[in-house]
Design a protein around this ligand. Structure first.
Ligand code: NAD
Length: 428
């Protein structure tokens, strides 16, 4: 899944090392925290509908569980790599820590393309994934969730397999379940809404009224669709959105300078976040090259697709008008591009803070599942807003008082909390 010239795991470790070197951490703590504590690599034989058997490669990586059970999504992607999963597991630890929820970090993935698998094949793959891991995950040890190209249906198959193996009901084993089957109201919206809660807070601090702003998004999947929705509700204008087109094997940017009708756009988008090119043109959209999203004269850029998307090759295409970048995706900015953004004084809200709404709501789902008592949607979203806003404020205050960039300040808070947990447990 990663761009070949950037290894997300090396980037995640570099980010950790650069902050850890400024903190008063001993060598053992640094060594423990810069790599995952446990990894599972396995094969998953799946009976295909045509009677053949295909072998898929799966991973689960648990980075650190000192603050609580590990937590992290499972991705299905044809270009998945274990190093991407490792990086994401580290970022999950920092994410749970920066929003101060009592969970650690993990991530999982399967090298596969669900777009080329039937429903039944996907179900067998989900069940096979859980069979390989059933002893090493669970509501008190490691709680999976959906991520790129996995959804509520996959989570329910995984839960059913886990409960079949363990002979009881464990609704807290997995999050992102369908509402009515242990899922939390608000979970679908949570990551995208969380991105906008922190963006809104940033704009208030920068004295920029959100209703005067324009934005360009990369990606139009779960995160982006709800971020666009809330951003527009608050008065912002979205002028460009890019997404991947699997048939053409390239990305396109869809632009409408007078703003977009989100409902109309969603109605011509498939479940993988691909906007129908012909129908978009019919609705008056300009269809531009994939990278055009980054070149727009807007106030806000929101990368909400994949890692390694803002690189040294395209960072200088960012318009002078851009004031804020909110990293909705995990790891969208490479370290060299990050330096250019810092030098240009663009206010950047780092990924593990900006997109923490998903895991925060997953935590709420787990709490509700373990109690078997479910909250109203308004209650969930209000609690989410409180958590995200408070995390943003802590990071912002530290960045202001110590003269740190937001990414550094977020790392300082997150790493310190995990290091403290490791120490308090007597591991080091
Ligand atoms: P998704 O699969 O629903 O959507 C991904 C979108 O990105 C699709 O529209 C796809 O077409 C687009 N895309 C892929 N490659 C692209 C490219 N090269 N150029 C332009 N668009 C491209 O995924 P999602 O759940 O929305 O997740 C998006 C990002 O947010 C990922 O980095 C994910 O790890 C992160 N994230 C997701 C959640 C969550 O709750 N879903 C939580 C935290 C972080």
């Amino acid at each position: 899944m990663s761009n070949t010239s950037y290894n997300p795991y090396e980037i995640a470790q570099q980010q950790f090392d650069s902050v850890a070197s400024k903190l008063d951490l001993d060598a053992a703590t640094c060594e423990l925290l810069r790599q995952p504590m446990r990894e599972y690599h396995f094969t998953i034989p799946v009976k295909m509908d045509d009677g053949s058997t295909k072998i898929f490669k799966g991973f689960r990586v648990q980075h650190n569980d000192a603050r609580g059970p590990a937590k992290g999504g499972i991705r299905f992607h044809p270009m998945e790599t274990v190093d991407t999963i490792r990086a994401l597991s580290l970022w999950m630890t920092w994410k749970c820590s920066v929003v101060d929820i009592p969970l650690g970090g993990a991530k999982g993935g399967v090298i596969c393309d669900p777009r080329n698998l039937t429903e039944r094949e996907q179900e067998r793959l989900c069940r096979g994934y859980v069979r390989q891991l059933a002893k090493n995950v669970g509501p008190n040890s490691d709680v999976p969730a959906p991520d790129v190209m996995t959804n509520a249906k996959h989570m329910l198959w995984m839960l059913d397999e886990y409960e079949t193996i363990h002979g009881s009901r464990y609704p807290g084993f997995i999050t992102g379940k369908p509402v009515g089957m242990g899922g939390s109201l608000g979970r679908t919206e949570a990551t995208g809404f969380g991105v906008i809660y922190v963006l809104n807070e940033a704009l208030k601090n920068l004295n920029i009224p959100i209703e005067n702003t324009t934005a360009s998004f990369q990606g139009f999947g779960n995160v982006s669709q709800y971020a666009v929705r809330l951003y527009q509700q608050l008065g912002g204008k979205v002028v460009a959105i890019s997404c991947w087109n699997e048939t053409d094997k390239k990305a396109y940017t869809f632009r409408k300078l007078d703003g977009m009708d989100i409902n109309a756009l969603v109605s011509i988008t498939d479940s993988y976040g691909t906007i129908d090119k012909e129908k978009a043109m019919g609705l008056g959209y300009e269809v531009l090259p994939g990278d055009a999203w980054i070149e727009q004269d807007v106030d806000i850029l929101i990368p909400a697709a994949m890692e390694n998307q803002i690189t040294i090759e395209n960072v200088n295409k960012i318009s002078k008008q851009v004031k804020v970048i909110t990293e909705a995706a995990n790891g969208p900015t490479t370290p060299d591009a990050d330096k250019v953004i810092a030098d240009r004084n663009i206010f950047l809200i780092p990924d593990f803070l900006a997109n923490a709404g998903g895991v925060t709501c997953s935590y709420f789902e787990q709490v509700q599942s373990n109690q078997n008592y479910y909250w109203e949607k308004d209650e969930v979203l209000e609690k989410l807003n409180t958590k995200m806003t408070s995390a943003f404020k802590s990071v912002y205050e530290l960045s202001q008082s110590k003269g740190l960039r937001m990414r550094e300040a977020a790392y300082v808070i997150a790493i310190n909390r995990v290091a403290q947990a490791v120490k308090s447990r007597g591991w080091i």
